[in-house]
Design a protein around this ligand. Structure first.
Ligand code: TXE
Length: 478
């Protein structure tokens, strides 16, 4: 399957005709080719976006809204095709792509297609001065969107939809590891009537195509999701160019469980927050802290439930854990499991899985590691696989301190029915998103993003529309 860049409404080969192999993680084999685009391809995409901007930025909000909602409807119509492509490209179970990834991509377009019709700004009357101020929030121009491989279309569209809704034109680059659904999106956009050049999709490596977007002097805002180190590299280039930056980076999220929680709901949700998408979600609760009084019970029950999870080919309905996204990533996670053997005790899992008919696939058992020190490497570094640590805690202060003892601060989960404790913990936990008695319960109007090494800026709702617009205050004296 040879995918192409989507520039100025048409599919094009990379100018230098250089290509990257694209792997199917379930089989561990090459199944396609992806453009290894260069600066030249990014420039072509930028020119198309620049030429489309005057007209798109003057297109009525109602028309933009209709086109974005049409894109969401077409994604829903082609749900099966997109879900199969996503599962094949990423290794996630097909049922997960069908229930989460693609529906959420459709929701992203629908949400911002609607939100833009409600987006307004303020005016301020300067009493006694015979003056009135009003605020304009205008599209920036050509913006860059760069997304990762873990939730490919879900995160790609989470950036693109608000950028388009607010009247910008986009140069977007999906991860080279999972490019297919972004490629398929191009056809949908044409069918929905998105004018050519408004959205341009350039495929390729981060350090070439990605970097060309970041350093382009006329691409004035960058919305990025990916690794913390990459985020820092991007910021180094973008900051002196005074670009607007939204960085959604890594996480090492605490899952804090008190004895007074709704135990069964906590256990079922903790299974999901530990291993969903093979643990390749920046919001996974990979550090599990359990109140001492229920620690042994939880340990027994959690191991039993985890051992029932089925590692299998992503296409099978019975599969809970599909393939990890790449051989490199599998080896990275296996390396952390080796480290874990010196830092804790592996209670369950820890082994690569060889499935007879797919023996080259990237499969790994869901793994639980018992530790006694929050500061060990496997509790401080983002592993980003189906690997969690568990340890008991005695007091509220003790667990709050351990939870915050991390360079990251993306999300946190708290299980308790004690209202006072919930209020105190949510005030003091260093995170951008906190779930109490739930996980991954998402309302797209809410601000999304982290603190510390988990990044800066917020996406979601009006936060996204404000990120993708520039603010101007006009004061008129009369
Ligand atoms: O991210 P990368 P990946 C974290 C997690 C994971 C790590 C790597 O720790 O292990 O990131 O994941 C492009 N200039 N998260 O490989 O490498 C790259 O091509 C411009 C958390 O996905 O950062 C891809 O399109 N672009 C995250 C995108 O950046 C560059 C979810 C992400 O690549 C670039 C996923 C550069 N110098 C991973 N280098 C979350 N918070 O949701 C790479 N890219």
């Amino acid at each position: 399957m040879k995918i192409k860049n989507f520039i100025n409404g048409s599919f094009q080969n990379p100018v230098a005709n250089e290509w990257l192999d694209n792997y199917n993680p379930a089989y561990g084999k090459v199944y396609g080719q992806t453009p290894n685009s260069s600066k030249t391809d990014v420039e072509l995409a930028f020119q198309a976006a620049k030429n489309a901007f005057p007209s798109w930025s003057q297109t009525s909000v109602d028309t933009r809204s209709k086109i974005l909602i049409k894109i969401s409807e077409l994604l829903e119509t082609h749900l099966q095709r997109f879900a199969e492509a996503e599962s094949k490209d990423n290794g996630k179970p097909l049922h997960l792509a069908k229930s989460i990834d693609i529906p959420r991509a459709a929701s992203n377009f629908r949400f911002f297609g609607n939100a833009i019709t409600q987006f307004s700004s303020e005016s301020h009357e300067s009493i006694g001065e015979n003056a009135i101020n009003y605020t304009l929030r205008q599209p920036i121009g050509v913006v860059g969107c760069i997304s990762p491989w873990n939730l490919p279309l879900y995160l790609f569209t989470w950036k693109i939809a608000p950028a388009l809704a607010s009247g910008n034109c986009v140069v977007a680059k999906p991860s080279e590891i999972t490019p297919v659904t972004a490629f398929l999106l191009g056809e949908i956009c044409n069918e929905a009537g998105l004018p050519k050049g408004v959205l341009n999709i350039v495929h390729g490596l981060g350090t070439t195509a990605g970097q060309a977007i970041v350093e382009h002097p006329e691409i004035k805002a960058i919305s990025f999701t990916g690794g913390t180190k990459t985020g820092a590299a991007i910021a180094k280039i973008a900051a002196p160019l005074f670009k607007k930056l939204s960085l959604e980076l890594g996480g090492k999220n605490p899952n804090i469980i008190f004895a007074d929680c709704d135990y069964e709901t906590m256990l079922e949700t903790t299974l999901r927050s530990s291993f969903s998408n093979q643990g390749q979600i920046c919001l996974c609760g990979s550090r599990i802290f359990v109140e001492a009084s229920i620690y042994e019970k939880f340990k027994t029950d959690f191991i039993a439930k985890t051992q029932q999870l089925k590692v299998g080919h992503p296409s099978q309905n019975s599969t809970d854990i599909g393939a990890l996204v790449s051989k490199t990533h599998l080896e990275k996670v296996l390396n952390y499991i080796e480290i874990a053997k010196t830092e804790g005790k592996i209670l369950c899992g820890g082994n690569q899985v060889i499935i007879p008919s797919f023996k080259n696939g990237y499969y790994l058992e869901p793994t639980i590691i018992e530790i006694d020190n929050n500061n060990c490497r496997i509790n401080q570094e983002e592993i980003f696989g189906p690997v969690v640590t568990i340890m008991p805690f005695e007091t509220e202060n003790n667990v709050l301190e351990m939870a915050n003892q991390s360079e990251y601060g993306l999300s946190a989960t708290l299980w308790t029915n004690n209202l006072k404790r919930s209020m105190q913990f949510t005030q003091q936990l260093e995170a951008g998103i906190i779930w109490v008695n739930s996980w991954m319960l998402r309302d797209l109007r809410t601000p999304f993003g982290g603190v510390k090494s988990s990044g800066m800026g917020r996406e979601g709702g009006l936060e996204s529309l404000r990120f993708f617009t520039k603010t101007k205050n006009v004061c008129i004296k009369y």
